[in-house]
Design a protein around this ligand. Sequence first.
Ligand code: DC
Length: 212
Amino acid sequence: MIIAIDGPAAAGKGTLARRLAAELAFDYLDTGQIYRAVGMRVARTGADPADPALAADAARALVPADLHAGDLRGDDAAQAASKVAAIPEVRAALLDFQRAFAARPPGGSGAVLDGRDIGTVVCPDAPIKLFVTASLEKRAERRVKELRQRGLIAIQETVLAEMRERDTRDSSRSVAPLVPADDAFVLDTTELDADAAFAAAIGFVRSRMPVD
Ligand code: DC
């Protein structure tokens, strides 16, 4: 059983994916973390993550320990991730790992993957797909709150501008752009808190799961 969750930054998909995975005892893979790890492998050397050859080398050289680096959650990593993610060779190099996780999750019962292209490219046959979205303003507001809770300085206008830039890059790239799969359940969380979003999502998921 595979649950594919896609959507733009800070729409609440990570929180939702984690909660669904915990509720169903499925394994969870945050695929954004993989792109962040690749982006930072390049950025840490001082090079430009948008350099196709360097980014593709970094993707091919990625090892699991890279996913636990301490500098992956900030906005520098987010921008670097979005840049390497637009390079076809990078996406191709990361595909097998994501598909293997979905096909053989470590716990053996099921997998929840979240990202931008899970329902469209990585797992197009997933029986359950969600596209989690929210207005740009609401997403920027949430990101500012999250950054401040982590003790970081965050300016609403800057966060909103960076998020808009990332949305545009992620949605307009030629490979695996951010678009809802035709068969995805679209969940707009603009007016929903985390509990309400979870209630809507689990209701949809259960309606699609085989009854035993
Ligand atoms: O979900 P996130 O914010 O951690 O993702 C960081 C960037 O990685 C995002 O801007 C685009 C890219 N990404 C992608 O292209 N495909 C995915 N499946 C996941 C992330």
